[in-house]
Design a protein around this ligand. Structure first.
Ligand code: SF4
Length: 267
C-alpha cells in the first residue's frame, strides 16, 4: 500500500552540488520501487510523509514552466532520488509532461530508470538534441532482483528496453549501480549487453542508516559467507575491495574498448 498525494514545488529544476551535474529533476517525492539498498531512503527525513520509504509517493506539481534557457548546455539528470518511470507515472504522467517541456532544450539530458515504461516517451527522445537513457542493472539473476528490487521491471525487460532504444537511434547506457560486493558481476553484465549499449556507468554500493541494516540482514540471510567482507568494507571502512574493483573496471574497459564513466573512482 502506497500513500499518494500531491506536493507543490516552486520549480521542477533543482540545482545540484553533485560534481558531474548542473541540475536534477525528480518528478516524484519518494520511490515505490522500494529497492532494498536504496541510497535515497535518507530523503524520508526531509519529507512531510510519515510512511516508511517506498510506501509514499508525492506527485510534484508547479505552474512554473521549465526555463530551458537556463539549462542550455547544462547537464541535467532525471532522476536522482526517484525513478521517473515508476508505476505511478502511468497514472499521473508527470515525467511525460516534463519531457514535453524539455524536448527543444539544448541541455544534456540523462534519464535514469529501472522501468520499461521509458519506451513510452521514445517519440520525445527522438526529437531531443542531447539525450541518453540509462537503465540500471546491477545483477542478471531475476531471483536476486526480486529480493533486492521488488517493484521495478524485470532484468529481461530492461535489456529488451535497451535494445529498442538502440534500434531507435537513442543513446543507451547501462548503469551498473550499485556494485554490490560479490553479487554484481560487472563483466557478465557487459558481455550480455554490449551489442546494444553505447556506454557504461559504474557506482558502488554505499551503506548507511536504515538501508545498511536491511542490506546486512539480506547478506546475513542469503550470503552468510560474505558477512565478514561486508563488515570489513562498511564497518571497518576498509577501501581495498572497491579500490581493486576500480582497477579491474579500468583494465577490463580499456582492453575491451568499452566507453565508460566510473562515478566512484577516487572516492
Ligand atoms: S529506483 Fe532508485 S530511487 Fe527508487 S527505490 Fe530504487 S534505488 Fe531508490
Amino acid at each position: 500500500m502506497v500513500a499518494e498525494d500531491t506536493t507543490r514545488v516552486k520549480d521542477y529544476l533543482t540545482k545540484t552540488k553533485l560534481t558531474t551535474l548542473d541540475y536534477v529533476i525528480n518528478p516524484y517525492v519518494g520511490c515505490p520501487n522500494k529497492c532494498l539498498y536504496c541510497y535515497a531512503a535518507y530523503m524520508s527525513s526531509f519529507s512531510k510523509h510519515k510512511e516508511p520509504w517506498g510506501e509514499f509517493i508525492g506527485i510534484k506539481q508547479t505552474r512554473k514552466k521549465i526555463n530551458t534557457f537556463k539549462i542550455k548546455d547544462k547537464k541535467v539528470m532525471i532522476s536522482t532520488v526517484t525513478d521517473p518511470y515508476n508505476i505511478y507515472e502511468e497514472k499521473y504522467g508527470t515525467t511525460r509532461m516534463i519531457m514535453e517541456q524539455l524536448v527543444n532544450s539544448e541541455a544534456y539530458l540523462s534519464v535514469v530508470t529501472k522501468s520499461k515504461l521509458v519506451l513510452r516517451d521514445i517519440d520525445l527522445f527522438k526529437k531531443m538534441k542531447h539525450v541518453e537513457i540509462a537503465l540500471s542493472v546491477c545483477m542478471l539473476d531475476e531471483n536476486i532482483k526480486k529480493k533486492l528490487e521488488p517493484n521495478s521491471s524485470t532484468i529481461e525487460e530492461r535489456l529488451e528496453t535497451l535494445k529498442i532504444l538502440k534500434q531507435n537511434g537513442i543513446k543507451s547506457v547501462v548503469f551498473i549501480s550499485p556494485i554490490i560486493p560479490q553479487i554484481t558481476d560487472f563483466k557478465a553484465i557487459i558481455e550480455k549487453t554490449k551489442d546494444f549499449t553505447d556506454e557504461y556507468w559504474f557506482d558502488k554500493l554505499n551503506l548507511r542508516s536504515t538501508f545498511k541494516t536491511k542490506m546486512f540482514k539480506f547478506i546475513n540471510d542469503e550470503y552468510p559467507i560474505y558477512k565478514s567482507l561486508y563488515n570489513d568494507i562498511y564497518n571497518n571502512k576498509n577501501p581495498q575491495y572497491f579500490e581493486e574493483m576500480n582497477m579491474e573496471i579500468e583494465k577490463y574497459c580499456r582492453e575491451n574498448n568499452i566507453v565508460y564513466k566510473n562515478f566512484y573512482a577516487g572516492t
